[in-house]
Structures are given as structure tokens and as C-alpha cells.
Design a protein around this ligand. Structure first.
Ligand SMILES: [Ca+2]
Length: 242
């Protein structure tokens, strides 16, 4: 779904010409990641589907391997969801729609390679696809998703950083139940989930990264608050996690 109210979308494609800056605090704050899952639970997967039997509930900074027992992952979906905080008022509780936008920034080492977001739903090579803009956060489950065909991803792409940003500048104090979760798109099994807690005066978050590591894929729960209404505003913060 496109929103005509968003003027200047075409200019976003100019990011290819931007300076490819890298934050100088690249590793800062990432060293203390947890060594194991916060907890695991058994999902509704049927007997025998070992690969999808466990969801890892990730904590901020945690890294996990995404290797499946018995075979590599081929297609994954990063689903992002949120709800608007319900505010109690004179006429009862009400909620104001909040339009968060999921973006996925592709990096080749530290260089920006491509981006997928509401204004560009498919990566140049077709391997990364955004399922479309959600303007309100209404409903349960994933509000916006990015599907990644890991096998089709060019070999020079080394990491994908997933962000959410608040298009109308509303802060995370107006957001609740925000999460991202990585799903095996082939069977629907949830591989990992990272839930945000607390609000905050920020308007954007670097949520997570999936990256190549020794020929395998890993996921890193980042959870770094930042500011920006689009991924462009957040590029220095995003690049620090490339
Ligand atoms: Ca949106």
C-alpha cells in the first residue's frame, strides 16, 4: 500500500550516492551480549519438526546461530509488530494510530549495498522483499514483514540490519508490544523473537541484524534507540551495526 501523503519518496533512492559513513563506535556496547537464550519454549510445531520446535526469546545484545539441524535455512521472514498505547481519557480509553515503518538495510561489509522499505519494496536483486506498509499498527501479529531469500542474497551482502521508525514522529512512549521475530518462511516456524520493553522518547530503533558468520547465518538482537522518521535519518546509527 502506498501513501500519497509521503512526498519525496523518489529522493530516497539517492542514498546510493551518499557518503558511506561508518559510526566510530562500531563495537561499543555490543561486547556484553548474553551467552545464552533468556528462555526457550516449545512451539506448536508438530512432532518430528525439530528445526522449528524451539523459539529463542532473545535479550538485548544477544546473538544466536540460525543454523537448522539437518539443513541450512533458505527463506526467512523478519516480522515486526507494535500496538498504539491505549490512553485513558474522559470518554474512556482511546488509542491513536501509530505508523511505524520497518526497513531493512543491506550491507556489503561496511558499505551500504541496498535498502528495502515502504518506498522500495524489493531489493535490486530481488532477494529481499517488504510485504507492504502498515499505517496504524492495528491487529495482532506481524504488522510489517521483510522476507529474505538467503540463498539468493548476493555473496557480497554480509549483513542485513532491521529497523523501525515512526513516520509521524510519535515516540516509543506511544508504542507498546513492539517486537521483531524471525520466522522460517518455509514452514512458519518461529526461530527467534525479540520483544522491546519500556517506552522512551526516541522515534526509531535499530532492532536486529542477521549476518554471515563463518559460512552460517546469525541473528543479533540490537535494540538501540535512535531518532529518525525514515531509515535515512538513522543511517549513521544503522551503519554502526553493519
Ligand atoms: Ca508503516
Amino acid at each position: 500500500m502506498r501513501r500519497r501523503a509521503r512526498n519525496g519518496q523518489a529522493t530516497f533512492h539517492r542514498f546510493h550516492g551518499r557518503n558511506r559513513e561508518r559510526g566510530d563506535n562500531t563495537a561499543g556496547g555490543l561486547e556484553g551480549f548474553a551467552s545464552g537464550p533468556a528462555h526457550s519454549r516449545v512451539s506448536a510445531a508438530q512432532d518430528g519438526e525439530e528445526a522449528t520446535a524451539v523459539t529463542v526469546s532473545m535479550v538485548k545484545g544477544q546473538r544466536i546461530s540460525l543454523e537448522k539441524p539437518g539443513g541450512a535455512l533458505s527463506m526467512v521472514r523478519m516480522g515486526l509488530g507494535w500496538d498504539a498505547v491505549k490512553k485513558k481519557g474522559f470518554f474512556g480509553s482511546r488509542e491513536r494510530d501509530i505508523d511505524l515503518d520497518a526497513s531493512c538495510v543491506l550491507f556489503a561489509d561496511q558499505n551500504l549495498a541496498d535498502v528495502v522499505y515502504f518506498g522500495k519494496l524489493v531489493s535490486d536483486d530481488g532477494s529481499v522483499r517488504h510485504t507492504g506498509d502498515n499505517l496504524t499498527g492495528a491487529g495482532d501479529g506481524d504488522d510489517e514483514s521483510v522476507i529474505v531469500d538467503l540463498n539468493r542474497l548476493p555473496v557480497h551482502v554480509t549483513s542485513l540490519v532491521f529497523t523501525v521508525s515512526s513516520f509521524n514522529g510519535q515516540t516509543f512512549n506511544e508504542v507498546e508490544n513492539a517486537f521483531c521475530r524471525l520466522v522460517n518462511e518455509m514452514d512458519g516456524g518461529e526461530l527467534a523473537r525479540y520483544t522491546l520493553t519500556g517506552g522512551g522518547a526516541h522515534t526509531a530503533m535499530v532492532m536486529a541484524r542477521i549476518y554471515r558468520h563463518g559460512g552460517a547465518w546469525k541473528m543479533n538482537a540490537i535494540g538501540e534507540p535512535c531518532h529518525g522518521r525514515t531509515f535515512q535519518d538513522m543511517l549513521p546509527a544503522i551503519a554502526a551495526h553493519a
